[in-house]
Ligand binder design. Structure first.
Ligand SMILES: *Cc1c(COP(=O)(O)O)cnc(C)c1O
Length: 389
């Protein structure tokens, strides 16, 4: 049976070039980067090279890149340490209702510490309104954290405008760019963000390695204490193989960015067109213009997304409902809720994300399987058009 992976926003396979670059650092080049002898210094040099490569992908300087264990850790660090370090100035932070849980739960933690959090809403395509942001700013606002692109519906936010507003008010601006990385041309300097979270495993690198961009001159406190690693800001012996893999994945992403965007957008559009052509009563969620290349989030009316997911899985097609992190629960996606999709339709929504190893044949196969599965579920569904859904 054909195996079709259409969940590249959840994670990606490690590319072979990335793996090959990592392997020696498990075995022969295993030295501790803090050791002064040759094998240690080789590790240190490998980390420096990786830092340059990751920096280049977002237009940063290498010394502005701080490796972390994940995008989640980068989000926690940026949000919690910024807010805590500025709490004498004010205890108000602004974010959005469609952030990843790494951000939302960091904000929840701040609330327990006595902070106030404003969650900006979004329009039906998932866009934050910069004018609304402007109105939400108060004298005690110390941080604005708004994602670059949404992981569920793929909407790319007007981050440049948002950064400008933050800057004009002297407020720190953080953006979670985990989904945007390798899928959008990012220039963190032109953008003017102070902090940016990124992760390797969404760009064909290994899991368990991410980074936080900290603009030089921004005084963000350390958040793990110990040795002098990561310029005294994030202690602990480095994840050497992970960092090397992240570096190689970043280099490949940068080299291929333009062609990647073009190819993936083409495949994604092809898929959406075929679905719209073959299946009735479907709706594409999110913006069609300002959207991540690989994302197709589609509502199939009158069915349960989970049931569809399982039928697709039986045919070898991997997709997700809601986001991977909440898919074990039946709470409806907070993102689809925020863009105003009715609850019963949220339950019929599926995210397909296309990536570098997806072929047109994979998509043709998926559309065939999907058409059959939707038909089957609708024919046995108790909720039909007639019941008013
Ligand atoms: C995947 C993801 C994260 C978490 O990154 P990890 O490295 O998996 O912890 C954070 N934010 C967004 C938008 C993501 O898609």
């Amino acid at each position: 049976m054909r195996q079709v992976y259409l969940d590249y926003s959840a994670t990606t396979p490690v590319k072979d070039e990335v793996l090959q670059e990592m392997i020696p650092y498990f075995t022969t080049k295993f030295g501790n980067p803090s050791s002064l002898y040759t094998v240690g210094q080789e590790s240190k040099n490998a980390i420096n090279l990786a830092r340059e490569r990751v920096a280049a992908l977002i237009g940063a300087e290498p010394r502005e890149i701080f490796f972390t264990s994940s995008g989640t850790e980068a989000d926690n660090w940026a949000v919690i340490e910024t807010a805590m370090s500025k709490r004498n100035k004010g205890k108000h932070v602004i974010t959005t209702s469609i952030e990843h849980h790494a951000l939302l739960h960091s904000a929840e933690h701040l609330k327990k510490e006595g902070f106030e959090v404003t969650y900006l809403g979004v329009d039906k395509e998932g866009f934050v309104d910069p004018a609304e942001l402007e109105r939400a700013i108060r004298p005690d606002t110390t941080l604005i954290s708004i994602m670059y692109a949404n992981n569920e519906i793929g909407t790319v936010e007007p981050v440049a405008e948002i950064a400008k507003i933050a800057k004009a008010h002297g407020i720190v601006f953080h953006t979670d760019a985990v989904q945007a990385l390798g899928n959008v041309h990012i220039d963190v300097k032109a953008l003017g963000a102070d902090l940016m979270s990124i992760s390797a495993h969404k760009i064909y690198g290994p899991k368990g390695i991410g980074a936080l961009y900290i603009r030089k001159g921004l005084a963000l406190p350390a958040h793990i204490y110990g040795g002098a690693q990561e310029n005294n800001k994030r202690a602990g012996t480095e994840n050497l193989t992970g960092i090397v893999g992240f570096g190689k994945a970043a280099e490949l992403a940068r080299e291929n960015l333009t062609s990647h965007i073009e190819k993936i957008t083409g495949l994604r559009n092809y898929f959406i067109e075929r679905v719209l052509e073959k299946i009735e009563d479907v709706h594409v969620n999110g913006s069609l213009e300002s959207r991540l290349p690989g994302n197709a989030n589609i509502t199939f009316k009158y069915i349960e997304g989970e049931a569809l997911l399982l039928l697709l899985d039986m045919k070898g097609v991997a997709v997700s409902t809601g986001s991977a992190c909440s898919s074990a629960s039946l709470t409806p996606s907070h993102v689809l809720e925020a863009i105003g999709v009715p609850v019963e339709q949220i339950h019929g929504s599926v995210r397909f994300t296309v990536g570098d190893f997806t072929s047109k044949e994979d998509l043709d196969y998926t559309v065939d399987v999907l058409t059959g599965a939707v038909e089957k579920l609708r024919s046995i569904s108790s909720v039909s058009k007639d019941s008013g859904w």
